[in-house]
Design a protein around this ligand. Structure first.
Ligand code: ATP
Length: 356
């Protein structure tokens, strides 16, 4: 299980909707092309309205693309209705049958497929063990916690052995702590089963923790695709840098070969192919900046707060506010509001993006 891991290819797909207010057509998804490897866990991530659910629904067959094609396991599936596609969807609302017990909910898809009774029983019991609901088969759905209902929803999708499993914000109805433990569960189960998974969320930490690859969407287009590390360390745009984790942006000008000027201070760093004279932004993660008595950039502390694992600072570098999370502060000098200090960071922890 699954019978066969399937890859998914989106070939220049677009979806056009009519805006209910202006009555004008607009692209909810525009010219999206993606290759999803068989057996991988891929997340569509982006702010509300960026087109991630529409993309997922097109893969499932609940919507059809106005342009482009969807290929699943090498087969063009544009004309197939949802129940003929080799996909199964886990919904945010779980979509369980409340008056049925756990067994019947999980068995539902197999009964529709008219499998023999014994085979249904064996498959359902196996899958309930896998999602750690063994022994719960006779419970009614309304006697289960939110996390257990989510496991039933997952079991029900897995039991039909789809080539691709689709998740539409499956954890958004759970409380914060359960969301964190369920995302690890989902990831472990996906690894164990080896199924291809496509997951939609607007929660960046969920995406980071669960994915082989993250696809960042904005206004219907793909902004960046990469592993969580690639996206965090090498964001291709200010939007991605800001959306994934926390980021500081320092305005700078490329003042020469491998040289930038920030607030009147010249720093040596690799500027790649950005020509001299260009305006740019230096992207610095809060954990990559140190605050010390001497260093690269002078600053003034405007806020200092002990957070346990780290000391959180806000400092002013000229007009720009920079957030610093200084980890393991126990043995370090603690700066207070009003202190002057310097920022230090290594060149390889800075990203330069051209902004003009
Ligand atoms: P969210 O995180 O809020 O679910 P999303 O990224 O999943 O957002 P979509 O649901 O894909 O976004 O919607 C993309 C855009 O298309 C939005 O502007 C939305 O309002 C619009 N939209 C979605 N469905 C329809 C529809 N049936 N008719 C018209 N517009 C729609």
């Amino acid at each position: 299980m699954p019978k066969e891991k399937k890859g998914v290819k989106l070939d220049h797909i677009s979806k056009i909707y009519k805006d209910p207010k202006t009555k004008k057509d607009f692209y909810a998804v525009r010219d999206v092309s993606l290759e999803i490897e068989p057996g991988s866990f891929v997340t569509l991530l982006g702010p509300s309205g960026c087109g991630k659910t529409t993309t997922l629904r097109m893969i499932a067959g609940f919507e059809s693309p106005d342009e482009g094609s969807i290929i699943l396991g090498g087969e063009v599936i544009d004309e197939l209705p949802p129940n003929k596609r080799d996909t199964a969807m886990v919904f945010q609302s779980y979509a369980l049958l409340p008056h049925y017990n756990v067994f019947d909910n999980v068995a539902y898809g197999l009964r529709i497929r008219k499998l023999p009774k014994d085979e249904i029983r064996e498959k359902v019991m196996n899958i309930l063990e896998l999602v750690e609901l063994g022994g719960m088969e006779n419970r009614m759905i309304n006697q289960l916690s939110g996390g257990q209902q989510q496991r039933v929803a997952l079991a029900r999708s897995l039991v039909v052995e789809p080539g691709v499993l689709l998740f539409d914000e499956p954890l958004s109805n759970l409380d914060a702590k359960l969301r964190v433990s369920m995302r690890t569960e989902i990831r472990k189960i996906q690894r164990k089963v080896g199924i291809t998974a496509i997951y939609v969320t607007h929660d960046q930490s969920e995406a980071m923790s669960i994915s082989d690859k993250i696809i960042i969407m904005k206004d219907g287009i793909v902004e960046q695709t990469g592993t969580p590390r690639e996206i965090y360390y090498h964001p291709k745009s200010l939007f991605v840098a800001d959306f994934i984790g926390e980021a500081n942006f320092l305005r700078a000008v490329v003042s020469g070969q491998d040289e930038v000027t920030v607030e009147g201070v010249i720093l040596n760093m690799q500027t790649g192919d950005i020509p001299a004279g260009s305006k740019c932004s230096l992207i610095l993660r809060p954990e990559a900046v140190r605050i010390e008595d001497t260093g690269l950039l002078p600053c003034k502390v405007t806020f200092s707060c002990f957070m346990g694992a780290y000391q959180n600072y806000h400092v002013a570098v000229g007009e720009t506010n920079v957030v610093i999370n200084d980890y393991n502060p126990r043995s370090k000098k603690i700066y207070q509001e009003g202190d002057t200090a310097y920022l230090n960071f290594s060149n390889d922890s800075v990203n330069i993006l051209r902004t003009d």
